[in-house]
Design a binder for this molecule. Sequence first.
Ligand code: SF4
Length: 349
Amino acid sequence: MIDVHDGPRLDALRSRLRLDPHRLKRLRVQLLKNHRGIERALDELPSELRAEFAAQVRFHHLELVQHRDSEIDGATKLVFRTDDDLRIETVILRARTGRTALCVSSQVGCGVGCDFCATGRLGARRNLTRGEVLDQVVQANTRLASEGRAVRNLVFMGMGEPLHNEAVLHEALESLTQTHCFDLAPAHICVSTVGIPAAMVRLAQRFPRVRLALSLHSARQDVRSRLIPLARHHDLDELRSAVAEVTRVQGQPIMLEHLLLDGLNDGAEDLEALVAWIGDLPVHINLIPYNPIPDAPLLKSTPKPRREAFANELKSRGFRVTLRYSLGADVTAACGQLVRDENRREARR
Ligand code: SF4
């Protein structure tokens, strides 16, 4: 079968079928950009070729096995099954502004092993393929079409470290931003990483308008290494040099993600270390509340008043700061949680 996202092989099939290139282009636009579904997209082909084309092309790479709608904040968590019977998750985030964002996964499990993350507890299983990454967007859009919505913003913040699946990430970003494919604005896509310096710079060079978010979580090496085991391999000086290069290449601030954990990285010392580490780097700081996970009972979110005080202090020092609220807490939207629950249920069955 030929992957519908594989332009060269699809074009070879088109040539074999003596299909007009414009027809193929319109089919992909209907499917990927206009979210019309497979049947409507196939209508773009001459009727005598539809069955043969459909028999040779793979449109979907994932099967939706579960979805959970939040009753409080418009988040929907989707759980997909892969061909090899693994589970990944994708989260639809419906903002009050009417905009819709999608949080996609790049790996099954994750090898980084962050202390606070349910996916990290799964360990690294495998990288997702380009088709599996992009099918999360296709299937979310099909679902959203009935609500008159479409994915506008895309964040690689689901399961996995996207820069550990770099080749597929770059291929997916090409498709996502091409006008005859998904046609998303590069500035509406954000790749979140725990910080792999060389790969961050390569991403910025190839996709200068795609946003990068660095999960810093602490500017104290010992605290950061405890929270993110991979941080032992890339110290804060190396990371800072990469951020300086990324912001120079992109000409825009980088997002710094800082999960606020009670008593761990939310004190005065942590704030001073953060301010010193940032120095004159152009950054936008996102302060994030923590969704507790059962496997890390000792980790707790910083209470709201202290989160606000932390944010206000940074603002008073001239930083751009956003204090995030957590979407989907009632659908266990914390990274990897639902998949872990689902895997446990499968094991019990
Ligand atoms: S937070 Fe991200 S990088 Fe860390 S373990 Fe979870 S998925 Fe991996």
